[in-house]
Design a protein around this ligand. Structure first.
Ligand SMILES: Cc1cc2nc3c(=O)[nH]c(=O)nc-3n(C[C@H](O)[C@H](O)[C@H](O)COP(=O)(O)OP(=O)(O)OC[C@H]3O[C@@H](n4cnc5c(N)ncnc54)[C@H](O)[C@@H]3O)c2cc1C
Length: 442
């Protein structure tokens, strides 16, 4: 038996489905695909993170007697060149459900049989149907139906096979980031750590997570999303590590939102671009206002700070994501798809299903989404969750000397003639009322 182990979004050696099912001679590979990379800007932060994670994976594989051959090329061509050198029986890899990945895998399957494992989520969407065989559309019953799963003491993890051995091969380290057309990016510091180290820092905060997680000026959340996205930690490992700590149930419930949105996109693929609820909303299409939102020039300190922070770091706290999404869809009345696309370009933890599901939640067009008449007031939000404006001031230095009370008041900053700060794109109260009226008429 001779197998290719194709690592994709499962960059780890523990609780790894492919390392558990491997036997006989194995060739572990990773492919940087120019068709995916070609769509990204040279300063894409994710590519830097993946690049580093692939190098680490190679080191980890070497410590267990394996190795990793890294390629830069179209998967079909890479596989053809591997097959030209040697005969293989099968490819083992994890499932990837996005439309590009499905087409790519079908192509590879014409060359070599593929065995795919469902390894990036706790539940396969096909196993999450209601008794009547239809998908859940509301989160709480979805979550409740799997309650026995998370409340069991330990989720079984994959154990590494001891019947595989590394193939003799000319193992390649691949080309540099620069050779692939990317600039090395500075990444948030926590991403240079092992995910388990980051998680261990979080565990003492877990008991207060339920309350503190909304305060974006303090570090109260787990920061696991990027690691989960690229599989440096598996959701099973994460559940097992937090279970038994005070506050575990609420945290694991949050992880089920990831599962829920994955099931929604899988069962309703049209919701990738269309409103999940099928309603036609007559969004405005003002590209200038959209550019001001992207660049953090809306004249609303909390929105601008969140967007500038996203641009600079590739990260954004969950509450801030909800605030800027509500502002884009309910105050500027611009299409959620524009916001979703921009997040897809910038977020280090970008996960299509969570991003689309959450954007449709904010736009009141999705599964179990916020009612259309619930519109976040950005000033009330910043006053409640960043009272001293610490986060805002840390991102917008022009506001460093401004009294926090002014920052939390509509047009407050603009009333200080010594500060050079953009005027508000729209009036919060009237734009909110107009949005509610437009939604009501749909
Ligand atoms: C408009 C918008 C877009 C979003 N886009 C993404 C995205 O592309 N990728 C992504 O992983 N998350 C997305 N989220 C969800 C959430 O903001 C992030 O998962 C979270 O901020 C990551 O930080 P954390 O790991 O510290 O979260 P924690 O609070 O520590 O939560 C732990 C884990 O639970 C899961 N989780 C928590 N809340 C959600 C949620 N609402 N939806 C799905 N999973 C959740 C995540 O896997 C997260 O890592 C989005 C939310 C909004 C409102």
């Amino acid at each position: 038996m001779r197998l290719i182990l194709w690592f994709r979004r499962d960059l780890r050696t523990k609780d790894s489905a492919i390392l558990s099912h491997a036997q006989g001679e194995v060739l572990p590979i990773f492919i940087f695909d120019p068709d995916i990379l070609g769509q990204l800007p040279a300063d894409d932060k994710r590519v830097s993170f993946i690049y580093r994670s692939v190098q680490r994976l190679r080191e980890q594989l070497r410590t267990i007697g394996l190795d990793l051959s890294v390629y830069y090329g179209r998967p079909r061509e890479v596989f053809e060149s591997l097959l030209a050198k040697c005969a293989f029986d099968e490819v083992l890899c994890s499932c990837d459900f996005d439309s590009y990945a499905i087409t790519r895998d079908m192509e590879i399957e014409t060359l070599l049989p593929m065995r795919r494992f469902y390894d990036s989520f706790l539940l396969h969407p096909d196993d999450t149907l209601k008794n009547d065989g239809t998908p859940y559309k509301v989160f709480t019953p979805f979550y409740n139906s799997f309650e026995p799963l998370w409340s069991s003491s330990h989720l079984e993890e994959f154990v590494r096979s001891d019947t595989m051995r590394l193939m003799e091969w000319e193992y390649q380290s691949g080309v540099s980031l620069e050779e692939m057309g990317f600039e090395v990016q500075e990444l948030p510091e926590f991403l240079s750590l092992d995910p388990f180290e980051v998680l261990d820092e979080f565990l003492p905060k877990l008991a207060n997570y339920r309350h503190d997680r909304d305060y974006f000026a303090i570090e109260a959340t787990s920061r696991m999303s990027v690691f989960l996205r690229f599989g440096l930690i598996s959701p099973r490992q994460l559940c097992n590590r937090v279970r038994g700590h005070d506050g575990d149930a609420f945290y694991i419930r949050e992880l089920y939102w990831r599962e829920f949105y994955n099931a929604i996109l899988y069962h309703f693929p049209q919701s990738e671009r269309e409103n999940w609820n099928g309603r036609e909303i007559g969004w405005r299409e003002d590209r200038e206002q959209f550019a001001a939102w992207c660049e953090g020039r809306t004249g609303i300190p909390i929105v601008d700070a969140a967007m500038r922070h996203l641009g600079a770091t590739g990260t954004m706290h969950n509450r801030l994501r909800m605030i800027v999404a509500s502002y884009l869809c309910k105050n500027l009345f611009l299409p959620w798809q524009w916001g979703e696309e921009y997040f897809a370009l910038k977020l280090l933890d970008y996960e299509a299903s969570s991003n689309i599901g959450s954007w449709q939640w904010g736009a009141s067009t999705g599964a179990d989404s916020v009612p259309y008449f619930r519109v976040f007031n950005p000033y009330t939000q910043s006053e409640k969750f960043d009272k001293e404006a610490k986060f805002i001031k840390s991102v917008i230095p022009e506001l460093a000397d401004i009294d926090a009370r002014l920052i939390h008041r509509e047009n407050g900053v603009q009333s200080n003639i010594f500060v050079d700060y953009p005027s508000q794109l729209v009036d919060i109260r009237s734009s909110r009322a107009e949005a509610i009226e437009r939604f009501r008429r749909v």
